[in-house]
Design a protein around this ligand. Structure first.
Ligand code: NAD
Length: 263
């Protein structure tokens, strides 16, 4: 099946790295123009932006909006519309992690995780919906997690935010069910990105084991399939959710988690 997104404009938050970048590349590969967002070295980001434009022959732009700041998120959606001519697809992907027992969880980290991993999606969705409704077509994809469906110890803020994001997904799907718009969540298991590399390195240091051993240890603890999902594989799932074949798939959470949540 060939999916064409030619003429569609996709905004992907947190797309300077990891899963967001994989999804941006998959959508660009199908012809969508891409608004990139996220932090990082500006020369590196410009290389990513120009690289996607050159490789796939699509328009690309970049906006450094901080997902903790509602006004900047509104500005990001406005800048997508101004620079690319519209906003047809929103992928809410930016996210951070912090692990600590709930009674020792730094309040500032709790607030940051809730705002970046949950509230930012509320802000981008409310800003983008009017344009999607006017166009009579839209795709909203929220990158939740296996932790949007089940919990792990020491991840209270992350688990709360991701469960919240799955809930937000369902409400938005109901409110847009007859507007040509779908809203779904993707729930990955382990993906080897900088966010997870930090957890592997911490595990290796804490247990005095090699990074390779820490990787297997991390996978073995939760995920029956002891290998990582790739950002490119998640990009293909996001692309499918943008296709016409997926026009009645809405309000659901799709796992790509190596069997994690089947247990
Ligand atoms: P990553 O660290 O590689 O990428 C995170 C992206 O978010 C980066 O582009 C970063 O610059 C951006 N970002 C962080 N804070 C931001 C802010 N305040 N404003 C704007 N951008 C910001 O991480 P990743 O693993 O690719 O994670 C992407 C998403 O996937 C997250 O929501 C994460 O929770 C989710 N996820 C990851 C995994 C995994 O195993 N890696 C599993 C399930 C879900």
């Amino acid at each position: 099946m060939t999916i064409s997104l030619k003429g569609k404009r996709a905004l992907v938050t947190g797309s300077t790295s990891g899963i967001g970048l994989g999804i941006a590349r998959a959508l660009a590969g199908a012809g969508a123009d891409i608004m990139l967002n996220g932090f990082g070295d500006s020369a590196e980001i410009e290389k990513i932006r120009a690289g996607i434009a050159g490789e796939f022959g699509v328009k690309t732009a970049y906006d450094p909006a901080d997902m903790t700041k509602p006004a900047e998120i509104e500005g990001l959606v406005a800048s997508c519309i101004a620079q690319l001519g519209g906003v047809d697809i929103v992928v809410n992907n930016a996210g951070i992690q912090h692990t600590a027992p709930v009674d020792a969880f730094p309040v500032e980290r709790w607030d940051a995780i809730i705002s970046i991993n949950l509230s930012s999606s509320f802000h981008s969705i409310r800003a983008a919906l009017p344009a999607m409704r006017q166009a009579g077509w839209g795709r909203i994809i929220n990158i939740a997690s296996a932790h949007g469906l089940v919990a792990s110890a020491n991840k209270s803020a992350y688990v709360a935010a991701k469960h919240g994001l799955v809930g937000l997904t369902k409400s938005v799907a109901l409110e847009t069910a007859n507007d040509g718009i779908t809203c779904n969540a993707i729930c990955p298991g382990w993906v080897l990105t900088p966010l997870v590399q930090k957890q592997i390195d911490a595990r290796a240091a804490a247990q005095g084991i090699s990074v390779k051993e820490a990787e297997l240890d991390l996978l073995g603890e939760k995920q029956p399939a002891k290998r990582f999902t790739t950002p490119a594989q998640l990009g293909e799932l996001a692309l499918f959710l943008c296709s016409d074949a997926a026009s009645t798939m809405t309000g659901s959470a799709y796992s790509m988690d190596g069997g994690w949540t089947a247990q």
